[in-house]
Design a binder for this molecule. Sequence first.
Ligand code: NAD
Ligand code: LMR
Length: 341
Amino acid sequence: MAPSAERGSAPTTTVTITGAGGQIGYALLFRIAAGEMLGPDRPVRLKLLEIPQGLRSAEGAALELQDCAFPLLREVDLTDDPTVAFDGSSIALLVGARPRGPGMERADLLAANAGIFGPQGAAINAHAADDIRVAVVGNPANTNALIAAASAPDVPPDRFTALTRLDHDRALGLLAEALDAWPDEIEGLAIWGNHSATQFPDVSHATVRGERVADALGARLGGRVEACAWLDDVFIPRVAKRGAEIIEVRGSSSVASAANAAIEHVRDEQSGTAWTSAAVISRGEYDVPEGLVCSFPVASDGTGYRVIEGLEIDTRARTRIDASVDELAAERDAVRALGVL
Ligand code: NAD
Ligand code: LMR
């Protein structure tokens, strides 16, 4: 349903959300329509993509969107056809995919979900607006982004990113608790590698209220050795396995925190940030093989995420980054073997 005339002078941004009838979709739609992703001055048209079985649920969400009477929401379209869903799209959040259950790794979803992202990449290639930016949430997110980008040869590859903002925020939350600080007092934290248990949450460049995190941890925990032990044995595994912890406690995978991270990921890419984490297509930065979708510390000037270069990487960090990058290469090889790439 659309009003009979455009209102105001600001152009309307078309945002496509796949899997809009699912859990994360439900947690995303209302915040986007309220202006939390693109700001209070940018009206939005939402295009919701679902498979036929999910359409009814998305339809219910569309009815509720209408009932919120959001002033920024210009239109809501619902479809099970990717060519319609991505038509004129400037921002696409690729959420629709099967989530993992207890005891599974995200890579176990490769075969189930890989087939979704090729056709969607092709539809983006053929139908999206010239300024399209794509953020992949559905797991395994890095490799799904790789598949989508490879299926969209006319779209610059750097328009495709995958979410590791949730890992970044989890790391901030756990570190803030350990340091008795507020999350926004911590700067320079980075997630490297895959959105998986091999990821490397890295505090070596991080500060808290201007003090190096390693020193602040040492002061609280009784020394440098204790701080290193806490980082290796508690912090890194807890962040890397937080998704599984949530599944175990809730009985299903993260929803509101994932939607929050997706909104922050797009918001900061669009409005600019000096430092966060996101998975982007490697151009060989930090010796990560070109073409893999790998998480790095990134910045945006509002035109897209760029890897922050020139950081010193010590041997221990290198080993962890290499392990996660090896996993990304193995996932790429696995989808090649499935004939998807
Ligand atoms: P969900 O099962 O509640 O919803 C998924 C929706 O996608 C369903 O409504 C389903 O019908 C739809 N869908 C399936 N195939 C589709 C297709 N081809 N096109 C359009 N829609 C399709 O799952 P959820 O909890 O919303 O999670 C969605 C995905 O996000 C999962 O893969 C999950 O693992 C992933 N996830 C990623 C992160 C992250 O940080 N990257 C965090 C949490 C969850
Ligand atoms: C998460 O990190 O919470 C998501 O990727 C869901 C999952 O499977 O862990």
